[in-house]
Design a protein around this ligand. Structure first.
Ligand code: FE2
Ligand code: FE2
Length: 374
């Protein structure tokens, strides 16, 4: 086998020189569904993660009208969910947006609703536009507005809709479908009544668990995911602005905060986490890389990110991804306005499995040389 990496030319890696006797031996093993590990070892045990996804940006200016066309072409009853999914050019085989994460943009008209279902995959949404949207999670009905973040954790019944007096609404969906499928653990069920009947007071989840630092005294929540299912934009933005008064921020992420399960302080769901980060006017972070995949959504303002040496300019509602172990840094292009990035990730999986690792970019004062623009 021809080594692909100079580092493979050393004792400690597979450096067997093939010859006729070995070729015959490999053929013989092949007949018994076996193989010599040294023929594949360097490939299946890379020196470091070799991400299968390509850094990619999906610009809202390219997509909005095209997504709106789906309103005329299919009904939610036919499509299940009227979603245009974001396909990574190198992950078409598993319909992933990045790594083992799926993402798409869903659009619904006033009066429409999806049928209720549940799946082993977890889901989250970040609202892009519209009024009157709602989601029902295990009977908890939650109203949604622009830039709100909402979760529908694994195994929960969920459906969504837009009230008759609302506006056409659009939101980004994020799911761990590719991960759940890769682990061969996915299930899907359609609700026996097709739609849920909300059986709690409207917005009981944010009204019970949404006040900072407070939990109901008689709280009995037992699930592994957050009882707070909606993280509204206004308190999130206020929280980040307040934190900016108390911190210099992360050298790699600016003023960044993690959405948390108020019961545990941990991630909101077992497989996916999410952040809101603010880049202060003129701020340009340094580069780092880490395991885990991240999908970003420009929530406010405009800027650029350098990902794997390529510059991606973004503005509000653009979505881009940073594949695992890929250098990345972010910058706010405005000298007067802050810029905010919402992002979701598979960090809970990386952390629970002991795979999370991170390192700073040490050369060039922490900034990657830019080799191109996307
Ligand atoms: Fe779903
Ligand atoms: Fe990062």
């Amino acid at each position: 086998m021809v080594p692909k990496d100079e580092r493979d030319n050393q004792v400690g890696r597979a450096i067997v020189e093939d010859d006729a006797a070995l070729a015959a031996y490999y053929e013989e093993l092949d007949g018994f569904e076996t193989g010599a590990l040294w023929t594949v070892a360097n490939e299946i045990e890379p020196w470091e993660p070799t991400p299968s996804s390509a850094p990619t940006i999906w610009r809202h200016a390219d997509l909005r009208e095209r997504i709106f066309r789906a309103l005329e072409l299919v009904k939610p009853e036919q499509a299940g969910r009227r979603v245009v999914y974001l396909r990574n050019p190198k992950r078409r085989d598993v319909s992933a947006c990045c790594g083992w994460l799926f993402s798409g943009i869903q659009v619904m008209s006033p009066g429409e609703r999806t049928s209720a279902h549940n799946h082993a995959a977890s889901a989250l949404r970040f609202v892009m536009e519209g009024t009157g949207a709602y989601t029902v999670v295990d009977g908890h009905e939650i109203t949604l507005g622009a830039r709100d973040f909402v979760i529908t954790p694994n195994g929960t019944w969920h459906d969504h809709g837009v009230r008759e007096d609302g506006e056409i609404s659009m939101w980004q969906d994020g799911l761990d479908i590719p991960l759940t499928n890769a682990l061969e653990a996915n299930f899907y069920e359609v609700h026996p009544d097709l739609y849920q009947k909300p059986n709690y007071p409207l917005n009981d989840s944010p009204n019970s668990y949404g006040a900072p630092g407070l939990l109901p005294v008689d709280d009995t929540w037992q699930h592994a995911y957050s009882p707070l299912m909606k993280f509204a934009w206004e308190p999130t933005y206020e929280g980040v602005l307040n934190y900016a008064k108390a911190t210099d921020g992360s050298p790699y992420d600016g003023v960044i905060m993690r959405y948390t399960n108020p019961k545990t302080g941990g991630h909101v769901m077992q497989t996916m986490g999410a952040h809101m980060q603010m880049l202060r006017p003129g701020e340009a972070t340094k580069a780092h890389r880490h395991t885990g995949n991240v999908i970003y959504h420009a929530a406010k303002g405009s800027g650029y990110s350098v990902i794997g040496g390529v510059r991606y300019d973004w503005t509000e509602k653009d979505i881009f991804c940073v594949p695992a172990w890929t250098w990345h840094e972010h910058a706010n292009m405005s000298d007067s306005e802050d810029a905010c990035l919402f992002s979701f990730n598979d960090f809970p999986v990386m952390e629970k499995l002991g795979f999370y690792r991170e390192e700073p970019y040490r050369d060039n004062d922490g900034h990657q040389p830019v080799t191109g623009n996307a």
